[in-house]
Every structure is written in C-alpha cells, then in structure tokens.
Design a protein around this ligand. Structure first.
Ligand code: TRP
Length: 333
C-alpha cells in the first residue's frame, strides 16, 4: 500500500557551529521527537552552513559527531528518521548552484540574518554567507519537504525557499513541493540567561546552558541569571523578562503550568526559585548527557548511523536533482 508515502515530510537542520544548548533542545529537538511517528522526518547536521563563518577544523569535526549523538540521546530514533551530515550528500551543493541561478541578488540582500551576520563578521563577509539561504533552499527542496520546523529567525529563509520553488515550478512545470515553515505549538523560545532580550545562543557561554554542561555548571549559570529587584516569581514578559524566561524553562523542564509554578513559588524569593529551576534542568538533561557520553564512546555505531543516513538521503535527493537537471537542459550522463 501507499500509506507509507502519504505521511507528510519534514526537513530540518542545525549547524554544528557550537555545542547544542538547552534552547536547541526545548525549542527544536524535543519537538522533532514528537514528530517522528506522524511524519517522515529528515534531520540534518548542516556542516556546509557552519563554514559560512570561520571554524576550527578539528572542532567542527568533533561537534558534527557529538551533535549526531545528541540527536539520538534526545530520543530521535535512527530507524524512524533519516539523520545525516550535509556534506556527505553532494546533491546539496549541486542543487544549490543551480538554484543560485534562479535567485536574485536583491532577494538575498534583503535577508535580515545576512545583514546582521555581515555586521558581526565585518572582516569576513564571504559569498557563502551571502548565498547561504540558497543552500538552505536546496536542503529543503531536494527532499520535497512539506514542513520545515524552524524558529522565527529562519522564517524569512523558508519564505525565500518557497519563492524560489514557485519560480522554478512556474518556468519548468511542477518540480518542487512548496514547503511551509512549521512553528510547533509546544516550541518554547528560550532566551539568554544573561540578556533575556535575546535568544539563547551557543556563542554566548555564560548566557546559555549547553546540553553537555555538568550539574554544577548548570547551577552556577542559573544562580547568575538576570532577574529584577522585585523578588516575585510572576510571568510578565514585558516587565520581568528574566523571571519569565526562567519560568518558561522551569515549566518546560518540569511539565508544570505557569500558574502551578507561580503558586509553588509564591512568597519565595529568587534565592529559592533559581536553584529550583537549575535542579529541574539538571534532572531533565542528566539522562541525555549520560546517553550522549555513552554514544560518543561508540564511534563505530555513530558512523554506521550517519553512513546509513547519507545513503537514504542520497536516494531521495538524487531523484529531485536528476529531474531538475533534465528540466533545465543539462545533458544526461
Ligand atoms: N539555517 C538554519 C539555522 O541556522 C539551519 C538550516 C540549514 C536549516 N538548512 C536548513 C533549517 C533547512 C531548516 C531547514 O538555524
């Protein structure tokens, strides 16, 4: 029966440009786990995206492997999902070149993230940084993905991907599925502990909790988290962004509702609240960290997962690429 093929397809990826954080888990990977039965999911470690800013080669290599271990430790089952490393599937680079010839310079110039990153890395504004959304479009379109789970900051890139797909389909007849950004209802947006006005980022070691942080590091980071001088555990994003962020984390870690948490800490100061948030996070992350450590020690298993993933990914990707090459007039090999 065709029933297998009627599942909608999901594609998403995270850059191995830093250690994964609590934000990556609560905002993305935890949701991916809930999708793995209902959808056909493809999860990528986008190392080709990571080199749009300078990386230390040995670190990039290590983090790509650790990230795969973390995906699995978080509950992504390699037999249910396709998990692979972007550079192992050359079709991404090939389609990316082609799509770049169907993307306007003006469109890429308008990308908010490019404008931001080119300010941050003003001494190294590469063509790769500029064309990065085209590579991302290739990632998505190669697999004919219906849905793309991403954070708010990536929505514009998925919209551009749709525009490119629509343009191509218009010129050459239906080739690509038009993907939609998929912002899961449960997705918690975790902010920096040091600056609750900005998203928790792996490049900000004090403001973020890494998935592999030891319990004492987690305790220390929460102890230093920015709050306010009111000493009331209340959810109020506008006036109490730090405390609201801690409440979001506490609830996501403990399964309690905001109201339950507010009641539990009523009349208690941050001296009680902060260590309690840290404890909840420590307990949430402990099994994941331990399983990640176990998996990292089993390198041959991880290799078998990413090799199998790349093989399965290539099977899908090559079909799309061949179709595209034929339609635009490349001579068959
Ligand atoms: N650009 C995304 C980010 O930095 C990562 C990414 C690359 C991605 N390709 C993708 C996400 C395809 C979703 C789909 O977060």
């Amino acid at each position: 029966m065709e029933s297998q093929n009627q599942k909608k397809r999901i594609f998403s990826g995270i850059q191995p440009s830093g250690e994964l954080t609590l934000g990556s888990y609560m905002g993305a990977i935890r949701n991916w786990v809930t999708l793995q039965d209902e959808y056909e999911c493809i999860y990528c470690i986008v190392d080709m995206h990571a080199i749009t800013v300078r990386q230390v080669p040995a670190e990039l290599r290590r983090r790509s492997l650790v990230q795969l271990a973390e995906y699995i430790a978080c509950g992504l089952d390699p037999s249910k999902n396709v998990m692979f490393i972007q550079s192992h599937v050359p079709q991404h680079a090939e389609l990316s070149w082609i799509l770049g010839c169907y993307t306007q310079f003006g469109e890429l110039s308008r990308m908010t993230q490019f404008k931001m990153k080119s300010q941050q890395h003003a001494d190294n504004i590469t063509a790769g940084l500029f064309t990065y959304p085209v590579l991302m479009a290739a990632d998505i379109l190669l697999y004919q993905a219906d849905l793309v789970p991403v954070g708010e900051d990536q929505k514009q890139h998925v919209e551009l991907c749709r525009d490119i797909a629509q343009r191509f389909n218009g010129l050459y007849s239906d080739t690509f599925t038009l993907p939609e950004p998929f912002i899961p209802k449960l997705g918690a947006r975790i902010m920096s502990l040091g600056d609750p006005g900005s998203k928790m980022s792996k490049s900000d070691p004090d403001g973020c909790v890494y998935m592999m942080d030891k319990p004492e590091d987690i305790q220390r980071k929460f102890k230093r988290a920015v709050t306010d001088c009111e000493a009331a555990v209340k959810f109020d994003k506008v006036n109490k962004p730090g405390v609201s962020n801690l409440l979001t984390i506490y609830c996501a870690a403990s399964g309690k509702t905001v109201q339950e948490a507010e009641e539990a800490f009523a009349g208690q100061g941050y001296g009680v609240f902060k260590p309690a948030v840290a404890d909840a996070v420590v307990e949430l992350m402990r099994p994941i960290r331990e399983e990640t450590e176990r998996l990292i020690a089993d390198k041959s298993y991880l290799e078998s997962v990413y090799r199998d993933g790349a093989r399965r990914a290539q099977g899908i990707a090559q079909k799309t690429l061949s179709k595209v090459q034929r339609k635009i007039g490349f001579l068959a090999r």
